[in-house]
Write a protein that binds this ligand. Structure first.
Ligand code: SF4
Length: 446
């Protein structure tokens, strides 16, 4: 009996020791959060931690949360509660929470979910590492553990935002705009290219504001020129551009440089000038249309992605129909819609959130119905044409790839049956489109 007790105690101790320092990083929210998690994982790996975003039986859990809008906050809280239960059951030893929700609601969270060992803000990586008895390795600047397929990487060029958009809580969580110096970004890009990355997805809160803090001028075009000279980078994709004060020299660089995708993600949020005014977007419908015309004139076959909000306080039926009609006229290549979320401490929080959630959703559905039809019509025009496609994965007997007009996870996919061809994930291939769906294209290798 004694030996049995001894054996089981020793067995348990041994098992516990085996699980030590195995970290699982759970990332919620946007690509900027994913980038931060990858930097955190790079630091932990350099400190000899066994870390990944897929460590099922890890004993240390770090949740990188999102605090942007209601749905995202709910998902973050549910995830924390799930792991808090695991901690209560003893299947994990340590639970840490970082990211935007933690930045925004730290005090409330500390009071309400006490199973969490510590909460960290969005700019507290060194303190988080110290808590894990890890050193912050300055020499690793920009180096990270990629969680995306090795051939593409999200590339954060700045943090924070100086814009006053009335509905947005991001500046509360991410602070003022801070551009990363061009030299550092070029060094990061070279490091990534040396490790097999072919596509950089430029991300920021506002990528077109790049450089205004550091160089007192808009420097996105200069940065793009430098990045496009990095050997091995075949695609550079711009996300999160801002309409007002848009630096048109960026369009010249897109048009000139073959390795900068003819693609632009530019969230426009609304099309009614009175709503844009209340949103403090610093632009009007007329100016927006002028900008879109200029973009399409300077880069004729550019794919435009935008994001809109329905149900903003005071949005009338007329405002909404103006936006719906504008979507039908403008024919964006890619489009997403959020329903307005009434966020405390934002400027719009002082307004009455007077549109019922069902109505907000109904308006969003009407826009997406119109967009789905536009997307089908634009895709049908691609039948018979050949496109350079980068293959990301195999799914359901298909090689799944993207053209330069498609960003991962949010845009269209090109599908090639696995039984008909052999393609390598991470490689480019020329694909002739034979069939078109609302959001998918089917094709064969040329
Ligand atoms: S540009 Fe506006 S919407 Fe975007 S992060 Fe900044 S404040 Fe928010």
């Amino acid at each position: 009996m004694t030996s049995l007790i001894l054996f089981s105690t020793f067995g348990l101790l041994k098992a516990r020791t085996q699980k030590k320092n195995k970290v699982n990083v759970v990332t919620l929210g946007c690509a900027k959060n994913l980038y931060d998690s990858e930097v955190l994982m790079g630091q932990l790996k350099a400190n000899k931690f066994d870390v990944s975003d897929k460590n099922d039986n890890a004993n240390i859990i770090i949740i990188n949360t999102c605090g942007f809008i209601e749905n995202a906050k709910k998902e973050s809280i549910d995830t924390i509660l799930t792991f808090a239960e695991e901690k209560k059951k003893g299947s994990i030893d340590k639970l840490y929470v970082t990211g935007c929700l933690s930045e925004r609601y730290k005090n409330d969270l500390e009071e309400e979910i006490t199973e969490v060992d510590a909460y960290f803000g969005t700019r507290e990586l060194p303190r988080l590492l110290k808590t894990l008895k890890a050193d912050y390795k300055h020499e690793l600047l920009g180096e990270r553990l990629l969680t995306t397929p090795n051939h593409f990487a999200y590339f954060k060029i700045s943090e924070g935002c100086d814009r006053p958009c009335s509905f947005c809580a991001i500046p509360l969580m991410r602070g003022k705009h801070r551009s990363t110096p061009i030299e550092e970004l070029v060094a990061q890009a070279k490091h990534l290219a040396k490790n097999g990355v072919k596509e950089l997805l430029l991300i920021a809160q506002d990528s077109t504001y790049y450089g205004l803090d550091l160089y007192k001028k808009r420097a996105l075009a200069e940065l793009l020129n430098k990045l496009s000279d990095v050997t091995g980078i075949e695609w550079i994709r711009i996300h999160y551009a801002f309409p007002s004060g848009f630096p048109e020299d960026v369009l010249d660089v897109i048009a000139e440089k073959p390795n900068i995708c003819n693609y632009l993600d530019i969230p426009l949020q609304h099309a009614s000038s009175s709503v844009l005014k209340s949103m403090r977007r610093g632009t009007t419908l007329e100016k927006t249309n002028q900008l879109l015309e200029t973009i399409r004139a300077k880069v004729p076959n550019i794919a435009l992605r935008t994001t809109l909000i329905t149900g903003y306080p005071g949005e009338t039926e007329h405002d909404f129909l103006t936006m719906l009609d504008w979507v039908k006229q403008t024919r964006f290549d890619r489009l997403g819609v959020f329903t307005y979320s009434h966020e405390e401490n934002t400027h719009a929080f002082s307004l009455e959130d007077n549109i019922p959630q069902e109505e907000k959703q109904e308006r969003a559905n009407l826009i997406m119905d119109a967009q789905s039809q536009i997307s089908l019509e634009l895709n049908e025009k691609k039948i018979g044409k050949t496109f350079k496609v980068l293959f990301d994965k195999i799914e359901n007997d298909y090689f799944v790839g993207r053209t330069e007009y498609d960003s991962p996870d949010v845009d269209n996919q090109v599908l090639v049956p696995t039984k008909e061809s052999f393609l390598r994930i991470g490689d480019f291939s020329d694909i002739k489109i034979s069939q078109a769906g609302h959001y998918d294209l089917y094709g064969t290798v040329v």
